[in-house]
Design a protein around this ligand. Structure first.
Ligand SMILES: N[C@@H](Cc1c[nH]c[nH+]1)C(=O)O
Length: 376
């Protein structure tokens, strides 16, 4: 019986076996890909001092985090809403002297006070990789390639990568000698809503072509090059082209590439390069990444995060449906051998159990699993 006290807060939910199995399967597949590419796993804590979460990356807002006073230290703690800043802290402190480039992977729960309208979840299983100490095309390409491989490892299809230039407006404002923060912010806001009229009213007429330089990668890049007559964006555009070329060479038409230079949603701290990952049938993003600087050490880094519980909704089922029922007094060695071969076993505990109802497909007879129907 559900009691009123069993209700969960909005945006938080229990994952029951089928859904939890999908998530675990996707998580393992993604972690395996990161492991094979040389990314070492770290496990930062679930909460830490609010100030430390905020100080490592520019633009992080702790207002969106769950915060409370620690009865032990009487200081404000925050629940992490993103693991990347924690990995930045690790790279700048305990792993300061580790050789660069430093490759770190992570996977853990994050929480947000307010979900977005597109994605109401207030808890997210974030998994990702950070490549620290280099800001090169080679590093950004590796991150994009590993992210795609991780999604493919989880069984996702129809993957697309949407590139963006998170610091675009700042770069153009610097080019134009525009130092008025209010004007820059107004332009950003109108670009975010992709409102041409609003952009004009905000004095951002010069930025109008950016709204239209979006879509399939090659044509959007060509539009941007045309727009960028003065060449302020030239190195960025060359970088994007080189990264895209690597993805194309490896995946051809299997991975769709798009470019939306003004897309800033979710890019709080990324610098010249950002990307969002999508897949077939998935509502919203599967993940996001880009280049950034670790506050304090000012070290350059590139990385990506995948939202595993979200992407697992469209990942194929975990499979491995073979479950063998072990009757009372069964041969324990035979059962152990089957488990070692990848079978799942379910041991009988008492009389009156229905192996089929409990999800078993086989029953152990002697040392051989017999299909349930066949054995009856
Ligand atoms: N942590 C960022 C993505 C990212 C990882 N590294 C760099 N950017 C996010 O979840 O949006």
């Amino acid at each position: 019986m559900t009691q009123p006290t069993d209700l969960l807060p909005e945006g938080l939910e229990d994952r029951l076996p089928a859904s939890a199995a999908r998530i675990t399967h996707a998580m393992r597949a993604c972690l395996d890909v990161l492991h094979t590419h040389g990314y070492d796993r770290v496990r930062p804590p679930l909460l830490e001092f609010e100030r430390s979460l905020a100080s490592r990356m520019q633009g992080i807002r702790t207002q969106a985090m769950f915060r409370f006073v620690d009865p032990a230290s009487l200081r404000t703690l925050a629940l992490r809403s993103d693991i990347t800043p924690q990995v930045g802290r690790i790279a700048a402190t305990s792993m300061k002297t580790a050789p660069r480039p430093l490759r770190l992977a992570y996977c853990g729960e994050t929480a947000l006070i307010r979900a977005s309208q597109l994605d109401p979840a207030r808890q997210r299983l974030q998994l990702g990789a950070e490549l620290i100490g280099v800001d090169t095309i080679a590093a950004a390409s590796e991150i994009v390639m590993v992210a795609i491989e991780a999604l493919m490892g989880a069984g996702l299809t129809g993957i697309s990568v949407d590139f963006t230039l998170p610091d675009l407006v700042d770069t153009l404002a610097a080019r134009d000698g525009d130092t008025d923060p209010d004007h820059i912010e107004a332009v950003r806001r109108e670009l975010d809503t992709k409102d041409a009229g609003g952009l004009r009213d905000a004095g951002g007429e010069a930025y109008l072509p950016l709204l239209y330089a979006a879509g399939p990668f090659d044509s959007a890049l060509a539009d941007l090059r045309e727009y960028d007559a003065g060449g302020a964006l030239a190195t960025r555009l060359d970088g994007l082209k080189a990264i895209a070329a690597r993805v194309k060479a490896a995946h051809g038409p299997d991975v769709r590439l798009t470019l939306d230079p003004t897309e800033r949603y979710g890019f709080e701290y990324q610098s010249w390069f950002g990307f969002t990952l999508y897949a077939d049938a998935l509502r919203g993003a599967a993940g996001r990444g880009g280049t950034y600087r670790i506050g304090g050490s000012e070290e350059a880094a590139t990385g990506f995060s995948l939202y595993v519980d979200h992407l697992a909704e469209v990942a194929p089922e975990a499979g491995g449906g073979r479950v063998v029922y072990l009757p009372l007094g069964h041969d324990a060695d035979a059962a152990a051998k089957l488990r070692a071969e990848g079978w799942r076993t379910l041991a009988q505990l008492g009389e009156g159990e229905d192996a089929g109802m409990l999800g078993c497909t086989h029953v152990l007879e002697g040392d051989t699993p017999k299909e349930l129907e066949a054995s009856q």
